[in-house]
Design a protein around this ligand. Structure first.
Ligand SMILES: [Zn+2]
Length: 295
């Protein structure tokens, strides 16, 4: 009886929170699981891709999806392992990667790059939940947690999608979660308000490619399947070429609007999406970001 009441309350609170964030909230929250290794899973649905790493002492989670998805993540993890969640890493500040944090138990240690914590402190969702799920531990350039088979390495190489994009590496598995600095093979989303940089994202990606060793598989921020280490290099080159094309167009006197209308995926980048996310001004927004950065 008491359990049923609590469950009912949880569901009510959950739907209130979700309703607050997005109108289509009563849709069932289905978390899909891909087993990548015996101790590493990708959970899809409800925002950015979530990684679940099962170690000897507990579970490390990377990213917590949209509002209302924290509990569905935790429920799904219970189906995968009896071990408790001990650690939650957020790759960056966006709501589709950090909002589920507020539903994690207070015992879970939340770790982010230091700029990301500053960005998260500006987000209403954490204020509304008395700072539940707010990051307590931060790093600047590199942080190693655990050892041996359980080791996780966190890296920061500079601005890109935001100014706090963490690369999360599971060295024993040769796998990395890239977050949204490599969300997928498409024109990047540059969040200037959170320190993202169109002019620097290519360099940051190449620093990651050259600075991190022995990774062959990448869990991207938003793709339905993993990519390769060679894809990371190519994505850096794609962004370098994209910026060069923007600069040449602007120099020739075209407006961001004219340029954006002309953009198409260069032939050498087969398989890249021709659709540009309309968030943050679409392609025009990306070009304006570059303009603002060179002022
Ligand atoms: Zn993002």
């Amino acid at each position: 009886m008491r359990r049923a009441v609590i469950l009912g309350l949880l569901i009510a609170v959950g739907s209130l929170m979700a309703a607050h964030a997005q109108p289509a909230a009563d849709a069932p929250k289905v978390v899909e699981v891909e087993k990548v290794k015996d101790n590493l899973f990708v959970l899809r649905g409800g925002g950015g891709n979530t990684a679940v790493f099962v170690t000897a002492s507990g579970v490390t989670v990377v990213d917590a999806k949209n509002p209302g998805w924290g509990k569905p993540i935790l429920d799904k993890i219970k189906e995968l392992t009896p071990k408790p969640v001990t650690t939650l890493i957020n790759t960056h500040t966006h709501g589709d990667h950090v909002s589920g944090n507020v539903e994690f138990p207070a015992s879970v240690e939340v770790i982010v790059q230091e700029n990301t914590r500053a960005n998260m402190e500006k987000m209403p969702i954490f204020k509304e939940h008395n700072n539940a799920g707010m990051a307590k531990r931060t790093f600047k350039d590199k942080l190693t947690i655990g050892r041996g088979a359980d080791q996780v390495d966190l890296y920061y190489f500079g601005p890109g999608h935001t100014n706090g994009d963490a690369f999360v590496v599971f060295p024993a598995l040769h796998i990395m979660h890239s977050g949204d600095i490599f969300a997928g093979k498409s024109v990047p989303l540059i969040d200037s308000a959170n320190g993202g940089s169109m002019s620097r994202i290519s360099d940051t990606l190449m620093k990651a490619h050259n600075g991190i060793k022995n990774v062959d598989t990448i869990i991207n921020g938003h793709t339905p399947a993993q990519t390769t280490w060679a894809d990371l290099r190519e994505y850096s080159e794609f962004n370098r070429d994209l910026v060069a094309w923007m600069r040449a167009g602007l120099k020739s006197g075209k407006t961001p609007e004219q340029l954006a209308a002309e953009w198409k995926v260069p032939e050498k980048y087969k398989g890249y999406s021709s659709t540009v996310s309309t968030l943050m001004g679409g392609m025009v927004g990306r070009i304006q970001s570059l303009q603002n950065e060179s002022k």
